[in-house]
Design a protein around this ligand. Sequence first.
Ligand SMILES: Nc1ncnc2c1ncn2[C@@H]1O[C@H](COP(=O)(O)OP(=O)(O)OP(=O)(O)O)[C@@H](O)[C@H]1O
Ligand SMILES: C[C@H](N)[C@H](N)CCCCCC(=O)O
Ligand SMILES: [Mg+2]
Length: 216
Amino acid sequence: MRQFFVTGTGTDIGKTHVAAAMLRHWRGRGVKAWALKPVASGYQPARSAASDAGVLLAAMGQMTSDAVVGRICPWRFADPVSPDMAARRAGRVVPFDEVVEFCRREMAAADVPLLIEGVGGAMVPLDERRTVRDWMVALGLPAIVVCGGYLGAISHTLCTIEALRVAGVVVAKVVVNGVGDLPVPVAATREALLRHGAGDVVVFGSAEWEAWLVSL
Ligand SMILES: Nc1ncnc2c1ncn2[C@@H]1O[C@H](COP(=O)(O)OP(=O)(O)OP(=O)(O)O)[C@@H](O)[C@H]1O
Ligand SMILES: C[C@H](N)[C@H](N)CCCCCC(=O)O
Ligand SMILES: [Mg+2]
């Protein structure tokens, strides 16, 4: 099954960037993959093309407009904060059961590869009780965990993986997306993660990454 939940160690870590690369890979091979970004905070309708959903739609070769974005991103909130807070500020809530139901419907209908991007890191609150991790547990999809190469990334990544595993979420792949000024080469971050039991770890854009994509 080529369905994955794309999460990460935090916000701005490259979940959308990695998911878009996967979509472009499939599209380049004539495979019409699909992606969802069901819940987004920091969404500006006037800048829909620059939103996560807009970037994913572009990678799928789809037109972007606020209306089209709504198809893959039904719950959009303006404030660029944790989705529970962004929803509250808008006088709304993130309707957890509806979000899960929306994803399940899309999963059941998909006869092409499907990616579901979370929001922020794996333990980001969706409402007063539930986090992204609860959403992942409800869907039961294998996870792609995107992490960085910054100083602190190793611990953040191991903590994220631990939090997922203890809840029964299968981590299919950890993707080290080391951008910017790095304290050590990304390969060294990967080696450290491997040594400490992170599982299957690849550096984004590496030969192993490409080989994995081809194997999917
Ligand atoms: N490998 C990379 N090379 C170049 N730019 C990158 C890379 N990874 C991420 N970026 C850029 O960094 C920014 C943050 O990445 P991205 O939007 O994918 O993060 P995210 O984890 O999806 O964030 P959010 O929590 O808001 O969903 C974007 O502008 C993206 O284009
Ligand atoms: C606005 C941002 N790009 C994401 N949509 C939301 C990130 C929430 C992070 C909350 C937290 O972990 O403290
Ligand atoms: Mg994103």
